[in-house]
Design a protein around this ligand. Sequence first.
Ligand SMILES: Cc1ncc(COP(=O)(O)O)c(C=O)c1O
Length: 432
Amino acid sequence: MTTRREFLSGMAAAGLAAQPVFRERAIRSLFRANVIAGDRAPHALADDESYWAEIQRAFDSDRTMINLNNGGCSPTPSHVLEAMIRDLRFSNELPVEHMWRVLEPRIESVRRDLAREFGCDPEEMAITRNASEANEIMIFGLDLKRGDEVVITNQNYGRMITSWEQRARREGIVVKQISFKVPPPSDDYLVDRFREAITSRTKVIEVTHITNLTGQIMPVRRIVDIARPLGIQVFIDGAHAFAHFPFKRDDLGADYYGTSLHKWLLAPVGTGFLYVRKEKQKNLWPLMAAAATQDTDIRKYEEIGTHPAANHNAISAALAFHRGIGVERKAARLRYLRDRWAKRLLAESSRIAVLTPLDDRQAGAIALFNVEGIDSVKLGAWLLGQHRIVNTPIIHPEFRGIRITPNVYTTLDEIDLFADKVLDAVKKGIPA
Ligand SMILES: Cc1ncc(COP(=O)(O)O)c(C=O)c1O
């Protein structure tokens, strides 16, 4: 069994105990969780409520609602929020001094910590306010000529599609949207959909690492491998992937990667990052202008004017909490929660279809289901209005359903109550 001293020294080695904001309460909770975990493998811990109850205690959640829309954004653990509020108060005492001169330089340790987690050099890691900002830096940052082609899918995030369409209207580039079946028959099929859309004019592919609609994990590495020899840039929208399941930059072969940190890292709202490989930085313009001397400086993407330092500095506390759990344990728990409701619904009703492959290589916490004969929007409204279960109805031209996304603070009771209510709706119907 791990002693408190061993646990703390392990955390210190990981840079956790050194975090000034990694407060006693969070340490105690993670310590108790760690003792409970012992040396069990992540999947063996996935259904151990005594372990996950300690993790749940780190959040001040409103349990009067069941939040199964953690795909939008997630709450941050209480001690991370406290750290951010402390820094906001301190900033406000004397912003020009406390915010700019004391707190802002700490962004460099956030950069270093995130780079280590993602597996890149700190000089390749820019801190942004969300995935939209990171992705739009990529989308608007590359010089393209009239007639140049960009390949995306019609399941990319709406704002990213809108950004490409604006470039098409303004500059005459050609945006080719491919579609694919949900669930897709295989990775080969997905890779072929991209391959078939490539022509000699293709300059960019934008791919979502995990889609927000069904939670499908895309075969990003294979898409990079077909694009790179052809000189095609691959922009990866990882809004939902980072800190959700284990991977590193080199597993993807990524040159560009954007993510939110207020989703799966559980950092405060208004945090994200943009990774750009060193040799790609010169040719990717920032969204807000930077000096020519910054051409190959990753900080050129952070030239956004006056902004709070508190939000981005709190990323380090969220990262410490994430490492305290460990991404393998987290992914195993999230998949366990997904399977608990999805496999039960499939087993108990032939009218229910799950449009996300229940295969860990292809999905994480997010999954989409549909009930034959019941409109998803009405079912979603009934779950929310009658049972206070927050869910996300998804309406796409080619499919529809309800997206369910638990997180590490979700309890088994919450998952089971949600599944009970869906099965009630299937048996008894819902009011028209
Ligand atoms: C796939 C995808 N990309 C980008 C975004 C934008 O993220 P944000 O709102 O944090 O900028 C989202 C948000 O849900 C998303 O799901």
